[in-house]
Design a protein around this ligand. Structure first.
Ligand SMILES: [Zn+2]
Length: 242
């Protein structure tokens, strides 16, 4: 695998054991250009970094060694874990992001990412449910990699999780749920999948960020913050099967 070294000094002093690495976290750079992204990831002022950065042409830069803790996830939670930097490898994809003109991810970039994920999965025995987007682990703050990121294509290469296209079995059951129980049912499923930052029993005005984060990952054609029948079916399947 062709990795171009581009060393960032933004990582924690204390290295980690190989066994600590359990997650891959996918990001987009969310900046105007590759140059600006690299500058930021190298800057001692900003204190951000990643292990790998992949350009739109599919060139892979290694910025921090796997055994070091890079600073890409920030305040984050997933399942029982907090601060996912400690347990993860962070991969940044060059993309202007929602702020500067969100772009499709080119095939070359996705191919490079797939090759990298296959290698890392094997090396660190990373499980598919532990391959996540930044917005999954920080849904109140982050949108990346966003609704244009092809999670379903990655699943074809056995990377990450997805669901069967035909989930029609229990439609009638979901249709009977009342508004209040719809929220409860959906958020209970999300909690089982690993999402945090909400109360399973009690409505909050930040719920919409969690719903959108789930939609950006699993219901990409409709990111509106509303729990619909598809959201119920998909979350039910994922909660039961992963
Ligand atoms: Zn990110």
């Amino acid at each position: 695998m062709n990795l171009t070294p581009l060393k960032s000094l933004n990582f924690s002093k204390k290295a980690r054991n190989k066994g600590k690495i359990k997650f891959l976290i996918i990001h987009y750079t969310g900046m105007q250009s590759m140059r600006a992204s690299i500058k930021r990831l190298l800057s001692s002022k900003h204190k951000v970094s990643c292990h790998y950065l992949i350009s739109r042409e599919g060139k892979i830069f290694q910025m921090v060694e796997d055994c070091n803790i890079a600073w890409h996830a920030g305040k984050s939670k997933w399942g029982k874990l907090e601060n996912l930097n400690i347990n993860s490898i962070g991969i940044e994809l060059e993309n202007k992001g929602h702020r500067f003109g969100y772009q499709k991810f080119p095939q070359k970039q996705i191919n490079a990412l797939v090759r990298l994920c296959i290698k890392l999965k094997k090396k660190y025995k990373i499980k598919n449910p532990n391959i996540l987007g930044h917005s999954d682990i920080a849904p109140l703050r982050k949108f990346d990699p966003g609704e244009k990121f092809p999670w379903f294509k990655l699943k074809e290469k056995k990377i990450g999780i997805w669901y069967p296209l035909d989930l029609n079995k229990q439609t009638s059951l979901f249709k009977k749920l009342r508004a209040k129980s719809i929220r409860k049912f959906f958020f209970k499923n999300l909690y089982k999948i690993g999402y945090r930052y909400f109360n399973k029993e009690k409505f909050s005005k930040t719920d919409i960020f969690i719903i959108k984060s789930f939609q950006r990952r699993f219901r990409q054609e409709k990111v509106n913050g509303k729990i619909d029948l598809e959201c119920l079916k998909i979350s039910d399947y994922l909660a039961k099967n992963h």
